[in-house]
Design a protein around this ligand. Structure first.
Ligand SMILES: Nc1nc2c(ncn2[C@@H]2O[C@H](COP(=O)(O)OP(=O)(O)OP(=O)(O)O)[C@@H](O)[C@H]2O)c(=O)[nH]1
Ligand SMILES: [Mg+2]
Length: 215
């Protein structure tokens, strides 16, 4: 798996990140936005893992962190995944395999953990539908453009306009897909429940999502 770097955005994931890193067999960049827990200490126990400290970054946010991490990577491919174990590490080999023939590989949530309340499912469904419409108008058809689990060739990512990524937002894949016409492959997976700790998703992130739609 020497051609792929795993990019993991984190904000106070000390309770999860160690368990995740123990299951991963590739270089990792943990892109941290100033965690106040022990995320850094846990990460530094793993030799294949680089801790990217963004506490003094100009723009904080999941997307800004992922963009920063991809710029730091040196491998031909990167895979982006959450640090709370909602994205199963067992799916990583399938991403690596598909990146050999596709520029973008999207993790498609086949099932969503039942712990999600109905309103969260509704918002997610509505957001996905809107994102698909916007992409369809641009000639791209992707099953789950809201996924936070995806792989991309670094060359393709670096060819995009980084000013078009909505840094404080969550939808880095949508910001990417809006800019490219590519060969997209998919990997189905079950979106688990957050292992431990608190969700960082807030109402403001849905406003940033609207910006991603229209930008
Ligand atoms: N660097 C960075 N990482 C973030 C930020 N917000 C969230 N994250 C990380 O991004 C990943 C996804 O965030 P979550 O809070 O789990 O969002 P979510 O998965 O949509 O929500 P839940 O289903 O409730 O967990 C996790 O690894 C977070 O630690 C941020 O502002 N900066
Ligand atoms: Mg999560």
């Amino acid at each position: 798996m020497g051609s792929v770097t795993l990019i993991i955005p984190t904000l106070n994931e000390g309770k999860n990140i160690g368990k995740l890193l123990a299951l991963v067999d590739m270089p990792v960049i943990v892109c941290d936005d100033g965690s106040t827990d022990n995320t850094r200490e846990v990460t530094e126990k793993y030799k294949s893992c680089t801790f990217l400290d963004r506490k003094d970054a100009k723009v904080h946010g999941l997307t800004a962190s992922v963009v920063d991490g991809i710029n730091r990577a040196t491998t031909p491919y990167v895979i982006v995944m959450d640090g709370d174990l909602q994205h199963p590490p067992e799916a990583l080999p399938a991403f690596v395999e598909k990146l050999k023939t596709a520029d973008i590989v999207v993790g498609v949530r086949e099932k969503v953990a039942s712990s999600w309340p109905w309103y969260r499912r509704l918002i997610s469904w509505g957001g996905t539908t809107l994102a698909k419409i916007i992409l369809r108008l641009r000639g791209t058809s992707v099953v789950d453009p809201m996924s936070g689990f995806f792989g991309v060739s670094r060359e393709l990512f670096l060819s995009t306009n980084q000013n078009k990524y909505v840094g404080p937002g969550y939808k880095v894949l949508l910001d990417l897909l809006k800019q490219v016409k590519s060969n997209v492959a998919t990997v189905p997976y079950t979106f688990g429940a957050r292992a431990e700790g608190m969700s960082k998703l807030r109402f403001k992130h849905w406003l940033w999502f609207l910006k991603s739609l229209v930008r």
